[in-house]
Ligand binder design. Structure first.
Ligand SMILES: [Zn+2]
Length: 118
């Protein structure tokens, strides 16, 4: 096989087969696996359900993990809370009717007519 650049770090390496697009460095393999899982979660509903059940099982078997994590990494906790607030706000405004989201243009016209009439 001809040497090719790694998809993740751009280091030139010799792939073992045509499908290999990342070099064997641990961080590149980790990125490749994360990319694979991201795509799998989007395209395979069974895998997504399986992952969710697995995560719930792990959380049940490790009670208090997230509480101690939040206490240990306060700045990450604060960042996540701030970002979650943004996500919640975005989610809550997504399903509202358009007239709630868009400023009413006719309100200004009504007040102008009211002023000009008097
Ligand atoms: Zn690489």
């Amino acid at each position: 096989m001809e040497p090719v650049p790694c998809f993740h770090c751009a280091t030139v390496f010799t792939p073992r087969n045509k499908k290999q697009y990342c070099c064997s460095r641990p961080e590149c393999q980790k990125a490749r696996k994360a990319n694979w899982q991201r795509i799998k979660m989007k395209t395979d509903p069974d895998y997504k359900v399986s992952q969710k059940l697995s995560q719930q099982k792990w959380t049940t078997n490790h009670p208090g993990y997230w509480k101690s994590y939040r206490e240990q990494y306060q700045e990450k906790t604060d960042r996540n809370r701030m970002l979650q607030t943004v996500r919640n706000r975005r989610r809550s405004t997504r399903n509202k009717p358009a007239d709630v989201l868009i400023a009413k243009m006719d309100v200004t016209k009504v007040s102008i007519y009211t002023i000009s009439d008097t």
